[in-house]
Design a binder for this molecule. Structure first.
Ligand code: SF4
Length: 245
């Protein structure tokens, strides 16, 4: 049954017994009217280079195995990336950068991510976003972030047995971690909350290590604010912390 209200999201997320059910529930969510309209508008108007393609135009579930020890937490899908292809960080420049780095780190079987059926597989890593629908200007509203949070919290709960490290891509994801940590692990965040920064790390007993990483957006990668070497460093640290090195 589709989720059409915040209450539906909370109920359906909490009831999901495993990741396949959760993923199906995410993909069938219509709880944020503005984002539903935006994801469908992007699919109607399209980018010229994709005019012959049928967009997914739905929320984007997480990607990666259920026994992941590393989680990569992003902001939200891109209107002509994930919202087009149906898989997170797939079909845009952000994904090119991220999956090339995951491949160098031995966490992905190929360096490219162009379509949902391109054969990409990741190891030890689950990738998901704080908000599951593409937002205008990449800026979800606080109410949209809060409405979507139960999907994230349930996903974290389901991978909790093996999860050791969370990489927050950007300040939005970093901020989304604190309520998720409280919801999943029952712990309050440190006071004051640690500031986001590239390479920032927060260690607390009983919860995964938190690593900050600049977002793999074009804005950061084209300007050199985030270089491949910086990404490699964060993924290397994550592997160390997860016992995968
Ligand atoms: S942003 Fe999240 S809660 Fe809102 S419609 Fe998309 S999947 Fe549902």
């Amino acid at each position: 049954m589709p989720s059409r209200t915040p209450e539906d999201v909370a109920q359906h997320a909490a009831a999901a017994p495993d990741l396949p059910v959760l993923d199906a529930g995410v993909a069938d969510c219509f709880a944020c009217p503005r984002l539903v309209a935006w994801r469908e508008e992007a699919a109607r108007v399209k980018r010229a280079s994709f005019r012959d393609q049928t967009y997914w135009a739905r929320p984007i579930p997480g990607f990666g195995p259920g026994d992941a020890s590393i989680a990569i937490l992003g902001l939200a899908p891109a209107a002509h990336g994930g919202n087009r292809t149906g898989r997170i960080f797939t079909g845009d420049r952000s994904g090119d950068v991220l999956f090339a780095a995951l491949h160098r780190a031995g966490l992905a079987n190929q360096p490219t991510s162009v379509a949902a059926d391109d054969g990409l597989a990741v190891r030890h890593t689950r990738i998901f976003a704080a908000v599951r629908c593409a937002p205008p200007d990449n800026k979800p509203l606080p109410v949209e972030r809060d409405t979507c949070a139960p999907w994230l919290h349930r996903e974290l709960n389901l991978i909790r047995p093996t999860l050791r490290v969370v990489i927050a891509l950007g300040a939005f994801a970093w901020a989304a971690w604190w309520p998720a940590m409280t919801a999943v692990y029952g712990l309050r965040p440190p006071v004051p909350r640690p500031a986001f920064g590239h390479g920032a790390q927060v260690s607390q007993p009983g919860v995964p290590e938190l690593l900050g990483c600049y977002h793999v957006s074009q804005q950061n990668t084209f300007t050199g604010r985030l270089t491949p070497a910086m990404l490699d460093d964060v993924l290397g640290r994550a592997k160390d912390l997860a016992g995968l090195a």
